[in-house]
Design a protein. Sequence first.
Length: 351
Amino acid sequence: MTENDFIGSKLDAPVISCRNIWKIFGATKREFATLASEDLTDEEISKKNWTAAVRDASFDISRGEVFVIMGLSGSGKSTVLRCISRLIEPTSGDVQIEGENLLSATDEKLIDIRRQKMGMVFQHFALLPNRDVLGNVAFPLQVQGVGRKEREAKAAEIISLVGLEGREDYFPAELSGGQQQRVGIARSLASDPSIWFLDEPFSALDPLIRADLQDELLRLQAQLSKTIVFITHDLDEAIKIADRIAIMDQGRIVQIGSPEELILKPENDYVARFTKGVPRSKVVKASSIMRHTDNSDLENLIFVKPDDRIADVSEILTKSNGTIAVRDEAGKIHGVIDRETFIQVLAGANV
């Protein structure tokens, strides 16, 4: 699926639309406006003692999409998220949230949008140490003026959703790092936001806990269908959770695409080098290597789903000595995969 295909498969109007976002630290909007029509070079920026954190970023994000922005440290990925949420002011550009111009919103309107539409989770948990789990999760609702009985009932529901039922009266210091981050996730969901911003939320955690929370995120997304902007520097994490990935380099978005597109069709040498070590079986989907068939008499075959990645279903596929059916959740057969083709993908060959 291409970028345009994904957008077309969702609502016509994107939930988030960013156009020509620049963030240059040290430059005022007026100073930048006098140069915006020029091709601003690194040399010109350096002469003015400016720092270009984001350069001319444009993208759309569809409802229910997990959109990952990734890059090396200093690439500008977190700055983009802060511009989208207007935690920092872009130097130039346009940000639309559900059709509303965020950059022209008054302070009062901006606060209302954040409270009603945005949930945020950051690398550092920032829990309130003097409040228990229930109090931390209920806090956003308290800020909104929701009554105690209602907000605590809602908080208890979200606590159960993230797997912390029974720990409502624990304080942050009594929880593990992974449990604290679950509280942060629950708190961000308490007001039922339509948009979820996550800025490297798992990077401070141990690998096993991190993997568990990635699985938890996917489970929650399957239930809640939020529009997610997720920041990470970890390509494996991005591949695991993303519908699409935007790769950044020195403030610029250099390619946007599905994990499969980035690995199989890099648009430049930087993306090719960035994704070089990723096994193809981690990104290639069953639908990409199947051959279509009109034969509906395949019910007795082992089957996988069209969006299953080959590495994730390798154990299932190795049980077959022949053809594997590709079947969706409604039971419709979309095609078949020959065992030989499956083995070639696992071995890293182009197919």
